[in-house]
Ligand binder design. Sequence first.
Ligand code: ADP
Ligand code: MG
Length: 426
Amino acid sequence: MTSRHSREPTATPAGGQDLVRTGPPEPVGAQDRARAARLAERFAEVYGHVPDGVWRAPGRVNLIGEHTDYNEGFVLPFAIDRSAMVAVRLRRDTGTGVGGRDVVELASTYAPDGSGLSRAGFPVAGPAPGSVPGWGAYPAGVVSVLTGLDDVTVPGFELLLDSTVPVGAGLSSSHAVEVATMVALDDLLGLGLDRPAMARMTQRAENEFVGAPTGIMDQSASLMGRTGSALFLDCRSLATELVPLPVAEHGLRVLVIDTKVAHSHADGGYAARRATCERAAAALGVDSLRDVPAETDLGALDEESARRVRHVLTENRRVLQCVQLLRKGDVAGVGDLLTASHASLRDDYEVSCPELDLAVDTALTAGALGARMTGGGFGGSAIALVPAAREEQVRDAVLRGFADVGPAAPDIFTVLPADGAGRVPE
Ligand code: ADP
Ligand code: MG
C-alpha cells in the first residue's frame, strides 16, 4: 500500500478480527423486548401462528467519512437506536402455491397509502433480479444470495416487518431491512455466517438484486455496531475497529435533522461523482484516490476534478483525526471536524443542497459544536453535535430557520450509538 495514510499506525483499524471472534452483540433493552413482543402478537394475527423469533437490525448515521467509501478510504459510522424488526417463521408445510413451503410471504407495518399493511411475496426458488417489485426486493435479494451458497437451501417463510428507521432519510432503512432478514435466516437455518461475511452478502443483495451501487459501510455499521461506539472501517481492507463514542456520558447529543427533501438529481449526481473520482485516479496513475499522497500537485487535473479529489483526500484525513480524538476520549473535539467535512462536501464535492446548508448553519449559530450533512447528499439528513443544555435551543433555531423559508418542517430527533443486529431475546 502506498498511501500516506496507510503508512500511519492510526490508519489501520485495530480490532476488526476481534469482532469476528467475539460474535454477535446481544441486543437487549426493555424497550426492544416490548416492541418485539408486540410484533410477535401482530404476526400471530396476520399469519395465524406464532413466529419462530424476532430479530432486529439498526439504521446508521455516518459520523464522518462521506463519499470516501467507493474511493477505498475510511468511514466512521455508528448503528443507531432505531431499527427494523422482523418476526419470522419458516414454513414447515408441504406443497406449492400460497401457504406452501416454497413461498415467501412478507408484510410490513409501513404502508404510506394508509392500507394498514404493505404485502409482498415471491417464490423461494431463485427469485430473479427485477422480478420482485417494491420493498420485497430487499428480502428477496438476501434469499437470492443465500440460495447461491453451496449446501444452503432456503425454505419458504413468513415475515412481518416493523421499522423505526425513517424511510428515505439517509439513515439506511433499506439496509436495516436486508440485514434483519439476513440475521434471521442465518440464525434459523443455522448457517453460522460471521459478520463480515453477512456484510458482504447483503452488499451483493443490494448491488446485484436491488440494483443499487452502494458500498459496504451501511451493512457493516448495522451488523457490527456496538452501544457507545462508532465503527472505524477501512473500505479497502474491510478491517474494522470499534472506537468509543460516549456522547451521553459527555453531556452531548447527536441530533438528526431530517430535511425530508430528496432532490431528483441525487442518483445522477452520485454516479457522476464516482465517475469523476475514477477518471481522476487514472489520470494520477493510482488504482483509487486512497493512494494519492497528501502532497500531490493536483494541477494536472481540471479545476472541478481537483476539488473533488481534494474533498476525498481531506475527508480521509478528517476521519483519521476524528478516530484519534475519540480514542483519547475527546468527543466534543470532533465538532470542528464535522463542520469542516460539511464545508468540503458543500464547496469541493458539491453534494449538499440549500436545505442541508440551512440545517447546518442554523444549528451552528444556535450553539452546536459541529454539524454536517450525512449520507450521499442532495437531501436527506444532517447531524449536529450539541451540548445537552443547548438541545432545545438548537431544535428551535433550526425549526425557525425552516419556517422562515417555506412550509416544509424538518423532523428533528436524537440518536445514540447502539448495538448491531441480532435476535431479540424473549
Ligand atoms: P434509505 O436512505 O432510508 O435507505 P432508500 O431509498 O435506500 O432510503 O430505501 C428506502 C426503501 O427501503 C423503501 O422505499 C422501501 O422499499 C424499503 N423500506 C425501508 N423500510 C421499510 C419498511 N419499514 N417497510 C417496507 N419497506 C421498507
Ligand atoms: Mg438505502
